[in-house]
Design a protein around this ligand. Structure first.
Ligand code: GLN
Length: 393
């Protein structure tokens, strides 16, 4: 959908997000929505009960700007459990309205107009728009599919060249949306050494950190690499790990000095995040490890089911090691590009997927692919696969 003619120059290039567009199209055509990444099942009772109890207990006014103390503490404790790093919950954790707010809070708080920001493409669409909101200049490093089909990788020399231009920051999203790539220790070490050599800040989006499926490809936080804790802003959220995407609870972890910059923006973006949901989040972050374990087991099975089905239809599947997305190459099926393919899928096959060319600076790189979300009930995926069978005819 084109932007309104009144929209500001900063935002005019971005139109309406592909997630809104594809979900609208899916609804219009009665399609199974494997486009927008959200679970079609409910999150854990424990979180819901804790949020309801908070509402009943009258916790309905503004939260503290930096987050309710209980949630800041739960986030710091979880970070210590997963990384071994001890952080100060009040000085180093900022609660935001989803990671989607943490991204502009970090960028607006830390990046000056005209400064460069490195993005790996394909990128989650909001990075590109927020770089623009900050008046900064995006520079791109392309993740390309490996010849053996095992996933996506970047060219280390391309990254070195871009980092030599002394960008202000690099954005690293691992596990990666849309490819499902989990950055390896070697890749992160190269990124870290270039950040240190050239004085570059790292903003990491780790919202799929809990959703990893291969024991030999664990999630690693860039902030845990030597020399990186002091220059990394680690963003995460509740939504993906606990199937609560509508709660919009996210956070930024950073050294105190960088945290002050994130808050400089956060206080004017939303000021504070919904109070009772923060209390529900604190409860599930503290007591929800069992929920995450069973969710990951379900998602691994659903990933394998959907990727086998897509391969069976003649698509080349790049098996994701993390996230809840599958990138599949549809070129063997004879469609002009990703937009034509996803439109046909939604309107005629009645299954919606995301055309990923919008996630590239150079859309050509994305034309062969479609992104399918598998964060859905077994029955939903079974119905989608039954409908996709019509592609054979
Ligand atoms: N992160 C989800 C996705 O990639 C949804 C994003 C959104 O709807 N803005 O599908």
């Amino acid at each position: 959908m084109p932007a309104s003619s009144f929209v500001s120059q900063r935002l005019a290039p971005f139109g309406t997000t592909i997630f809104t567009e594809m979900t609208r199209l899916a609804t219009e055509h009665g399609a199974v929505n494997l486009a927008q990444g959200f679970p079609d099942f409910d999150g854990p009772e424990l979180a819901k009960e804790a949020a309801i109890a908070a509402i009943r207990a009258g916790r309905n006014q503004y939260a503290r700007m930096l987050g309710d103390p209980a949630l800041n503490q739960a986030i710091a404790a979880r970070w210590q459990r997963t990384t071994g790093q001890v952080i100060d919950p009040d000085a180093q954790v900022t609660v935001t309205s989803g990671c989607t707010e943490a991204i502009p809070a970090a960028m607006l708080g830390l990046i000056n107009p005209g400064e460069r920001v490195v993005l790996f493409e394909p990128y989650y669409d909001s990075y590109r728009a927020c770089v623009s909101l900050a008046g900064a200049v995006p520079v791109f490093v392309t993740l390309r599919p490996r010849g053996d089909g095992s996933g996506f990788e970047f060219d280390p020399d391309e990254l070195r060249r871009v980092m030599q231009t002394r960008p202000r920051a690099i954005v690293v999203n691992t596990p990666h949306n849309p490819t499902g790539k989990v950055y390896s220790r070697e890749e992160l070490s190269l990124i870290a050494s270039l950040c240190i050599e050239h004085g570059v800040l790292a903003i990491t989006d780790e919202v799929y950190s809990e959703l990893v499926y291969e024991p030999d490809q664990p999630h690693i936080s860039l902030a845990t690499l030597p020399g990186m804790a002091e220059r990394t802003i680690t963003l995460n959220s509740l939504g993906k790990s606990f199937s609560l995407t509508g709660w919009k609870i996210g956070w930024a972890i950073a050294p105190a000095e960088l945290t002050r910059c994130v808050r400089a923006a956060h206080q004017f973006l939303t000021f504070a995040t919904c109070t009772p949901m923060q209390l529900g989040a604190a409860a599930i972050l503290t007591e929800g490890d069992g929920y995450v374990r069973s969710l990951v087991a379900d998602y691994r099975r659903r990933r394998d089911f959907l990727s086998a089905a897509l391969s069976g239809l003649g698509m080349r599947v790049y098996q994701p090691a993390g996230s809840y997305f599958i990138m599949a190459d549809h070129s063997a099926l004879g469609f002009a590009d990703d937009v034509a393919f996803c439109r046909h899928l939604t309107e005629h096959i009645k299954v919606a997927a995301i055309p990923p060319s919008v996630f590239y600076d150079n859309p050509e790189h994305g034309r062969r692919f479609a992104r399918f979300a598998f964060c859905k009930k077994d029955q939903t995926l079974e119905e989608a696969v039954r409908r996709l069978g019509a592609l054979r005819r």
